[in-house]
Design a protein around this ligand. Structure first.
Ligand code: AMP
Length: 503
């Protein structure tokens, strides 16, 4: 038995002297630096009693050492469990109690607040700071780097990623070596990554996008990354000329567009811009092409499934769509009541199947069983439709669906109309409880900077274009929409904010 993931991502680079991480305030790291650092961490974790299959949790800032910790886990068969840096100690307590990791690595500033949690869960606490210092690397420096990888089966777990959990408790998605490797191979080929690629990487590495989509694809291709701790507009303007590709969430693109230094000359040499993790407005897609001459490639995926669909590399990248199923992925749109497949342009729930799809939720067999169909499709919970040319459109989450007076209202349909109105920058449509209709529609609007919205004009546009039951019954204007770090609008917060509208 071999270790497929390590053999594919790292082993080919054992003698590769080229740069992997281009860093802003530190010396660059080569592939060999990553392999050596990961080998030391793997051996050190082994020496303190960590065994294959044990979870290794990490709430750490983005650094090459943090990525070396992930690689160490792959190498020695520990299950890597990255945690959002924004989580509070009480949230971390839930993850540690649930996943029972053998080791938790945190920033040294957080260690005191987490000691009670690690002690009561028999978990060892190590530290790693953004500059690469801490007990993790200090102890790793005292051991000889492991050069071999421990054997793993393709169905052994490589990682557990907790979902963002906007409803109920966050669930641990169990990802196998097969899931990660199959997706990396597919994306590497589909998006035509090579060892000449330099990826501008400003995404967090506790999420599937920055961790697996970006990093695994680059490792497989043998390219390099400009590894920035987060998105910062000045850094992006400075580093874009040195990159060939960029992966971003839609807010990266809107922030770039808001800066007048973004122009054709700045990105002329760029091979590919990819967007995902939240819907990219068709308007942003069009504006980006107008300004730069580059057509953003939008793809779709989730923590549980890795990447499932993508617009084509060659061929039309259609604004407002997430393209087609990736090779090896089956996708279908199902009516949740009749279980029949929906016809062209009809909205239903998207289900996907393939090697990319996770093994299940950690210690939640019932929840896992509910979310898979008998023929092995994962029920994504995303509402989608397929157009006549086969392009898939994501129209929202099923839990965002509004049922008003027995009629289904799809927020996206209304948001598209609201977004077109004068002085409206963006909108979000949510439900508020309503005595007569069960739920009714509330529109939350953000004005273009320096402008104000004429609500009466918006109302008359809505009544001209939408059936009565879809028309917002109330309009709220806010400065900004609440978003998480991946750029997703947090509709749960908006629902809470407007819940008494019709009381
Ligand atoms: P996460 O597990 O945090 O990656 O979130 C996955 C969810 O993000 C999906 O279920 C979708 O609701 C949303 N999502 C990801 N990519 C896209 C996209 N390109 N367009 C629309 N929604 C997306």
């Amino acid at each position: 038995m071999t270790n497929f993931l390590y053999d594919a991502l790292l082993a080919p680079h054992r003698n590769n002297p080229s740069v992997l991480f281009r860093l802003k305030d530190r010396t660059d790291w080569s592939y060999q630096d990553l392999i050596r650092s990961a080998g030391k961490i793997a051996a050190m974790l082994d020496s303190i009693g960590t065994s294959p299959g044990d979870r290794v949790a990490a709430q750490v800032h983005k650094s090459p050492e943090a990525l070396a910790l992930y690689i160490a886990c792959v190498q020695y068969g520990y299950v890597y469990l990255p945690l959002n840096t924004a989580y509070t100690p009480s949230e971390i307590d839930y993850f540690v109690s649930d996943a029972k990791p053998a080791v938790l690595v945190c920033d040294s500033s957080a260690a005191d607040g987490l000691r009670a949690t690690t002690e009561s869960n028999h978990c060892q606490l190590l530290t790693l700071d953004i500059d690469g210092t801490g007990t993790l690397t200090r102890q790793a420096d005292t051991v000889t780097a492991a050069t071999e990888a421990k054997p793993r089966d393709k169905d052994d777990l490589a990682a557990i990623l907790y979902t963002s959990g906007t409803t109920g408790r966050s669930k641990g998605a169990m990802l196998t070596q097969r899931n990660l490797l199959s997706n990396a191979v597919t994306l590497h080929e589909y998006w035509q990554f090579t060892d000449k690629d330099v990826l501008l990487h400003g995404l967090p590495i506790y999420h599937t996008h920055g961790l697996f989509v970006a990093t695994n694809t680059i490792l497989l291709a043998g390219g390099s990354m400009i590894f920035l701790s987060s998105f910062n507009i000045d850094d992006y303007i400075e580093y874009l000329p040195k990159a060939t590709t960029m992966m971003g969430v839609p807010t990266f693109y809107t922030r770039l567009l808001a800066d007048n230094r973004l122009n054709k000359a700045l990105v002329e040499h760029m091979r590919l811009f990819i967007s995902g993790s939240a819907p990219l407005l068709a308007e942003t897609h069009v504006e980006f092409e107008d300004r730069t001459g580059k057509i953003i490639l939008e793809r779709y995926g989730m923590t549980e499934t890795n990447m499932s669909t993508s617009n084509p590399y060659e061929g039309e990248r259609r604004a407002g769509t997430v393209g087609f199923e990736l090779p090896g992925v089956d996708a279908r749109i199902i009516d949740p009541e009749s279980r029949e497949e929906k016809a062209t342009d009809e909205i239903g729930i998207l289900e996907v199947r393939g090697d990319n799809v996770f093994k299940g939720y950690w210690q939640m067999p019932e929840k896992t069983a509910q979310e898979f169909t008998d023929d092995g499709f994962f029920i994504t919970g995303d509402l989608a439709k397929r157009d006549a040319d086969g392009y898939l459109h994501i129209v929202g989450r099923d839990k965002d669906l509004i049922i008003s007076g027995g009629f289904n209202v799809y927020p996206k349909e209304i948001e598209l109309i609201l977004d077109e109105q004068a002085n409206v920058l963006e909108s979000a449509v949510v439900a508020a409880p309503h005595a007569d209709f069960g739920e009714s529609v509330v529109a939350v609007l953000v004005a273009q900077p320096g402008n104000s919205i004429d609500i009466d004009a918006v109302k008359s546009a809505a009544s001209a274009q939408l059936a009565k039951f879809k028309q917002p019954k109330e309009y709220v204007i806010v400065d900004t929409l609440p978003r998480n770090t991946m750029g997703k609008v947090q509709k749960n917060l908006l629902r809470e904010q407007v819940k008494d509208t019709f009381a």
